[in-house]
Write a protein that binds this ligand. Structure first.
Ligand code: DAT
Ligand code: MG
Length: 220
């Protein structure tokens, strides 16, 4: 299996330099993590079972920032489900090249919603937000994986207030009011770590290699 090493200092500095190497056996000069060389060695049938990246150090539930293992928590809110726009939203992330590693339909409890939006507990709109999320219509909770998915996920979702969201973004194309803005996306690595851990168990996060992964994620 291959490991990717990024030093803490490099990460702190936002640097993207790292090395890849096989944990046992010869080193590889390839910057793109793994899979295909390793898969060839273990047989094609195993290709789909390989994790996209095996990290050293302590990856969180959100993988490792700025690597192909980075993960974001994306949630289609009750209005998106009710308006039957789930497929269209998933299509945007799939088409972009991100990999779906977990998905479930949930009618969230008040407790879960309070934990998810803990930072907004003192806002005047919090009560209405809580009522909306727990109205009984499910949300679609998802984890998407890929390089820069947290930042790009936010870009794809658009501004919090759909009135300010650019056309081409999800909120800019499908939503009108801030109270029904359709979708949530983690706003930082720390939020992604917290949110993925809140909505999913580690066992629910799939590790597999999608067929177009190298063609999408490789960065010469
Ligand atoms: P975002 O969802 O873009 O991360 P946020 O974290 O500031 O935005 O707020 C979470 C949700 O709370 C947001 O998607 C919709 C609701 N919200 C935020 N500001 C609001 C406001 N001024 N009035 C009503 N609802 C608001
Ligand atoms: Mg937010």
């Amino acid at each position: 299996m291959i490991s990717k090493i990024a030093t803490t200092t490099a990460l702190r500095a936002g640097a993207r330099t790292f090395t890849t190497r096989a944990t046992s056996g010869a080193r590889t000069p390839s910057r793109f993590p793994l899979a295909f060389g390793a898969a060839a060695a273990v047989g094609a049938a195993s290709l789909y079972m390989l994790p996209s990246v095996q990290l050293e150090g302590t990856p969180t539930m959100a993988g490792e920032l700025s690597t192909t293992s980075e993960r974001s928590f994306i949630m289609i809110k009750p209005d998106g489900v009710s308006r039957q726009l789930v497929g269209k939203i998933i299509d945007r992330f799939e088409s972009r090249g991100y990999k779906l590693v977990a998905i479930k339909s949930v009618v969230p409890s008040a407790d879960l919603t309070r934990q998810h939006y803990a930072d907004l507990a003192n806002k005047p709109f919090f009560g209405e937000l809580l009522k909306y999320l727990t109205c009984g219509t499910p949300v679609i909770a998802m984890v998407w994986e890929g390089k820069d998915v947290i930042r790009q996920g936010r870009n794809m979702v658009g501004a919090t207030n759909p009135a300010a969201a650019l056309p081409g973004t999800i909120r800019g194309d499908y939503a009108v009011t801030i109270g029904r803005n359709m979708i949530h996306a983690s706003d930082s690595f720390e939020s992604a770590t917290k949110e993925i851990g809140l909505w999913f168990n580690k066992q629910e996060l799939a590790q597999y290699m999608s067929s177009g992964w190298a063609m999408t994620m490789e960065d010469n």
